[in-house]
Design a protein around this ligand. Structure first.
Ligand SMILES: Nc1ncnc2c1ncn2[C@@H]1O[C@H](COP(=O)(O)OP(=O)(O)O)[C@@H](O)[C@H]1O
Ligand SMILES: [Mg+2]
Length: 285
């Protein structure tokens, strides 16, 4: 546990102690993070509105994964702060000092934020359904009572149905394709009924022919009212689903805007140079 005396939240929403009016507002303010002597986040400020879809793009090593991991306090920030619906992530303010929350409270906060990783991270010894139901059985959903096993099973089947895999409920991860495994991972992330879903390159480990089945599931989530923050290299998908495209480079947000602004009319040289390398010539807005 640690305290920080230097950075006290001053953003209006972040000092509201009373959350719950909105659902899924993410406010990232001047966030800094170093690993040893290397600063990998150099003062990131970004707001994602409730139900909004932010897509983060940028070269490898620019800090995208680190930023996602700070949102659920898998990485502690060195400066600045993050608030969800006006409540600080990982810290509480006492007097003029930020005190890191106890592990128990960090874990409770984390149930509000689902995360989907590049490599699925399913439990290999559990079936698809068990992978989905494990979380809500062991941990209470945010602000909701713990589910019984029967309720968790019913909810698990509903969620597998939502990702098109109800008929594979009894399959183990090794019996599923990469695309199917990732869809199970998405169902698992949904099981806690999170306010926010974070996706870190969810299709990067997939064979090309399996990418779309996963993107289609995320497309559907994008219209569901859950706030999504997605790191991806799939630019066509970003153009379709994003409210905001954020271009990061070297630990900073170089520019952000609507897909149309960022893809067709980027202001910054660095953005243009990045897109000229990643976007195929046939890509049309
Ligand atoms: N746990 C860590 N320890 C040391 N350096 C790290 C750690 N995690 C990430 N980095 C470094 O931070 C930089 C940003 O990494 P990352 O956030 O993974 O970038 P991206 O996701 O954009 O590729 C990279 O230079 C990476 O090597
Ligand atoms: Mg990454």
């Amino acid at each position: 546990m640690s305290t920080r005396a230097t950075e006290i939240p001053t953003a209006p929403a972040a000092v509201h102690q009373d959350a719950g009016i909105t659902r899924g507002l993410v406010e990232i303010t001047k966030v800094r993070k170093s690993f040893g002597a290397t600063e990998v986040l150099k003062g990131i400020t970004l707001t994602v509105e409730p139900g909004g879809v932010a897509v983060i793009v940028g070269p490898s090593g620019s800090g995208k994964s680190t930023l996602l991991r700070t949102i659920n306090h898998l990485e502690k920030v060195d400066g600045g702060f993050i608030a969800i619906d006006g409540t600080l992530v990982g810290y509480e303010v006492r007097g003029s000092t930020l005190h890191e929350l106890r592990e128990k409270d960090v874990l409770k906060q984390r149930t509000e934020i689902g995360m989907v990783f590049q490599n699925f991270n399913l439990f290999p010894h559990l079936t698809a359904l068990e992978n989905v139901t494990e979380a809500p059985v062991v941990a209470p959903r945010s602000g909701k009572p713990r589910l019984t096993r029967a309720e968790a099973r019913e909810r698990g089947l509903e969620l597998l149905d939502r990702v098109g895999l109800k008929d594979r409920a009894g399959a183990y991860p090794r019996q599923l394709s990469g695309g199917q495994q990732q869809r199970v991972a998405i169902a698992r992330a949904l099981a806690l009924d999170p306010k926010i879903l974070l996706f870190d390159e969810p299709t990067s480990a997939l064979d090309p022919e399996l990418v779309n089945e996963v993107l289609d599931v995320i497309r559907e989530l994008a219209t569901s009212g859950t706030t999504l923050i997605i790191v991806t290299h799939e630019m066509g998908f970003a153009r379709d689903v994003a409210d905001t495209v954020v271009f990061m480079d070297e630990g900073q947000i170089v520019e952000q805007g609507s897909p149309k602004d960022i893809f067709t009319n980027p202001r910054e040289v660095r953005t243009r140079s990045f897109f000229s390398k990643v976007i195929e010539p046939a890509f049309n807005i």
